[in-house]
Design a binder for this molecule. Structure first.
Ligand SMILES: CC(C)(COP(=O)(O)OP(=O)(O)OC[C@H]1O[C@@H](n2cnc3c(N)ncnc32)[C@H](O)[C@@H]1OP(=O)(O)O)[C@@H](O)C(=O)NCCC(=O)NCCS
Length: 190
């Protein structure tokens, strides 16, 4: 099996989530700061994270201007409901996946946005993706476990319990994820 392109994988994700979310799902991708995208990310960020973790406009602008910025926005019936964004890590060839959140949880949105991010990173030649999270958040989401189940491994836990996780972006990891979450017989049939 080959690896789907980002466009092919996006189409499959839109199809799968349109069924599970019972509406029309579209995913857009961005590599430049865009004020409308910034507002969408900020609204979801503020709805899903506790206040001391909120990004304000300047913090988001600063991150969206970083080298290698890449953002996915997921729309349900034209309304932005989820995002995932990151940029180049200080380590060469590594992408820092800064933040991801979804207004509709436990329907596969987080899994599929992470998958699309991985397909993009593979296409772009990144060797790995890294991010920080916590063991358990204020609402009891077992974040480390959620990401571990998706294949990310813990590389560090610091004194204030920030958990750093990583995934090597290889052909094998991408194929494994695509097979698990986007069962397709033949990409050419898309
Ligand atoms: C973390 C987050 C992005 C996960 O997205 P999601 O769309 O709810 O996750 P998925 O539906 O793809 O689920 C992935 C797996 O995690 C599990 N999971 C998700 N939320 C869970 C919860 N609250 N408790 C236990 N397991 C959970 C699912 O059961 C699923 O496992 P399965 O495939 O074996 O059933 C989402 O919970 C979120 O937006 N949280 C608030 C913001 C946040 O914490 N962002 C991440 C910061 S690192």
């Amino acid at each position: 099996m080959g690896i789907p392109t980002l466009i092919e994988a996006t189409r499959l994700v839109e199809k799968k989530l349109s069924t599970s979310l019972n509406g029309k799902v579209n995913v857009s991708t961005h590599t430049k700061l865009d004020e409308q995208i910034l507002e969408s990310v900020m609204a979801i960020d503020h709805a899903k994270f506790r206040q001391n973790l909120w990004y304000n406009r300047d913090e988001l602008r600063n991150r969206m201007n970083k080298a290698g910025f890449f953002c996915l926005i997921l729309y349900l019936d034209c309304k932005p409901i989820a995002y995932d964004f990151g940029y180049d890590d200080e380590d060469e060839g590594v992408f820092f996946s800064d933040s991801s959140a979804t207004a509709i949880e436990r329907k596969g949105v987080g899994t599929l946005l992470a998958l699309l991010e991985t397909v993009y990173l593979y296409e772009e030649g990144y060797s790995a993706v890294k991010f920080t999270t916590e063991e358990l958040d204020q609402d009891g989401r077992p974040l480390r476990q959620i990401w571990e189940n998706l294949g990310y491994r813990v590389i560090d836990v610091d004194a204030d319990n920030t958990v750093t996780m990583m995934l090597d972006v290889t052909k094998e990891t991408v194929i494994e994820r695509v097979k698990k979450h986007l069962p397709i017989e033949n990409i050419a049939d898309l």
